[in-house]
Design a protein around this ligand. Sequence first.
Ligand code: HEC
Ligand code: HEC
Length: 232
Amino acid sequence: MYAPDEASLGHRFPRGALAAFAVVLLLPMVGAARSWGGDAVAEKGTAAGAPPCVSCHGARGEGQVSPAGAVPRLAGLDRAYIAKQLDDYREGRRRSDIMQPVAEALRPAETAEVARYYSEIEAPPLPAPLAAAEIVAKGERLAALGKWEANLPPCLSCHGPQGVGVAPSFPYISGQPADYIAAQLRAWQSGQRQNDPLDLMKTMAHGLDDKEIAAIAAYFQSLAPPKHQGVL
Ligand code: HEC
Ligand code: HEC
């Protein structure tokens, strides 16, 4: 029968204490490791000074419409697409005074983790005021049929049915704020954004006038965003 004597108890106690000590020591390290996860970057920012993404992109990456300018949705975008955009900001192929310092402050592992985090979460549609029905209808025609007299294929031929995106290269644009979509098309026109493969979007943007851009942007904002890129 097992009956611990003084000596074996005395022997076991320090071991238990050691184990407890190890747990106390290791827990904060586990905590520290976790704080570099994508959710922590999004919610708290990073030690090197990247601000919390949620302060602009919304609590669930749903984006934002504000008089100061629109902020894009991130929830459900493809992770490779998100990481590419952060690299493009850092390296100047896509210029934004707001996002360049954010991208520069992220370490490569943090960029990858925060991209994965946003690619995996779902967010509700952004409540945003819609343009007049005839403007949305004009945008729908352009998006679905293109503008052949200017050699422009339909937006949906690359961005997928209802603009839900085709992973990894063609982002969803349905449910993005209209002001954001219009700003990106103008950025391609002006050369502020030059990060599209084969100049595909530069060519598209140059073929559209201001009214067409406004109509297309209103149409895509009126559509429900997909749960994940390519998945309604
Ligand atoms: C101060 C506000 C602000 C903060 C903080 C911020 N963003 Fe942004 N973000 C923006 C704005 C505004 C844009 C659009 C810029 C443009 O016109 O290119 C943007 C664009 C992006 C894009 C491009 C999206 C697309 O659809 O192409 C990504 C990716 C992104 N941000 C990720 C992040 C991440 C990750 C963080 C946190 C580490 C973050 N942002 C923090 C304001 C912010
Ligand atoms: C020939 C293929 C093609 C066509 C047609 C096309 N796009 Fe794109 N679009 C792309 C690619 C590729 C990207 C991603 C560029 C990058 O990597 O930054 C993109 C990106 C975008 C973005 C940026 C999204 C974001 O999250 O920042 C917007 C907005 C956009 N397209 C709108 C449109 C509209 C509106 C049309 C129709 C007028 C259109 N596109 C037609 C290929 C296409």
